[in-house]
Design a protein around this ligand. Structure first.
Ligand code: SF4
Length: 337
């Protein structure tokens, strides 16, 4: 698709008096797609709809998505965020986050008669079902599972928690793929976290397939469409940029990966910036072309906030580069759907 030129009213050079020096020019390349994915959009709608139907407060176990701005906006509507269910009072409504939860969490909610709504992204739930299929109830068809992902990330905790302890071994990186020693190399399967680096994961999968030719797994990996598209989009802009800013939270896995992918794809520097108020303006010194993208949990309003502020300091030329159109939406879970 040809590049689309956008010159917003915000980006128009601000008039200066004859005495003032003209503003320095700055080209901004906006990566597309960027920002909210269908799973994040659905998780936020689950909380909003729960508050609308049942009234505030509605409890949310863990940050619904990894973005402080989203969390604060939902808090203002009546959501209360907790880390564990024992912080939720009896008879309250509680929502589980988009990252998914171990099976012990809904079991505990049922034991305590809590009214729970599961906002787990359907693409994460799909990986849960894959894991269960490979485990096959621990029977004669059961395969030991290697999960490619990052230790401690809630999605990894949730996916490993679909099966009994010991059924899944976590593979954090290529080195662990090279050295893992499964008990039965002929009965293995792999699954992956949905928000990994596409390139790193392809390398790890290749190592596993080479070492264990009988390993079963998805055709490529479980990385979701949104993670893949956002990495492709940042790869498309990075080589032409002096700096890439990824708008996203430090605990957002897909935002962190976007920053890494930008640097590996040719940007001399890439920074993760939660929002405009966290921007150190000195990083823009000497920057002529700035790339901007946003992680899957970062609202587009934060991108626009950044662009609007830039337009007050620079004469902007804004170019949007979209590598793929997205039209994925997910229905709300029962009983909200
Ligand atoms: S990043 Fe992917 S897996 Fe995660 S919530 Fe978004 S669509 Fe779902």
């Amino acid at each position: 698709m040809p590049d689309q030129m956008i010159q917003t009213s915000d980006s128009a050079p601000v008039a200066t008096s004859p005495a003032e020096a003209p503003m320095r020019s700055l080209k901004v390349l906006l990566a597309g797609p960027r920002g909210f994915c269908a799973g994040v959009d659905r998780a936020i709608r689950v909380v909003e709809e729960a508050i609308r139907r049942y009234g505030a407060p509605v409890y949310v176990r863990h940050e619904i998505v990894h973005n402080r701005t989203v969390v604060e906006e939902l808090e203002a509507q009546g959501a209360i965020f907790v880390e564990e269910l024992d912080e939720v009072p009896a008879d309250a409504h509680v929502v589980f986050s988009a990252h998914g939860v171990p099976k012990t969490v809904p079991a505990e909610a049922e034991r305590r008669n809590l009214l729970y709504l599961d906002a787990t992204c359907p693409l994460v739930s799909k990986v849960h079902r894959e894991a269960e299929r490979h485990f096959a109830d621990g029977g004669p068809e059961s395969r030991h599972i290697l999960m490619i992902g990052h230790a401690g990330h809630p999605e990894v905790v949730g996916t490993m928690g679909q099966l009994p302890a010991g059924a899944v071994t976590l593979i954090n990186d290529a080195e662990e793929a090279r050295t893992v020693q499964p008990a039965d190399p002929a009965r293995l399967a792999f699954i992956t976290q949905t928000t990994l680096s596409v390139d790193d994961t392809a390398e790890i999968v290749e190592i596993l397939r080479r070492r264990f030719p009988l390993i079963e797994g998805p055709k490529r990996e479980d990385i979701c469409y949104a993670t893949t598209n956002r990495q492709e989009a940042v790869k498309a802009i990075a080589p032409g940029c002096d700096l890439v800013i990824v708008i996203g939270s430090p605990n957002s896995s897909n935002s962190q990966r976007l920053r890494e992918v930008a640097e590996r794809s040719g940007a001399p520097r890439a920074l993760l910036v939660p929002r405009l108020s966290n921007l150190d303006w000195s990083v823009l010194e000497g920057v002529n072309t700035l790339g901007i993208t946003a992680g899957a949990s970062a609202p587009e309003a934060l991108v626009q906030e950044m662009v609007t502020a830039l337009a007050k300091h620079f004469s902007l030329e804004i170019e949007e580069r979209t590598v793929k159109e997205e039209n994925v939406t997910f229905r709300l879970p029962a009983p909200l759907g």
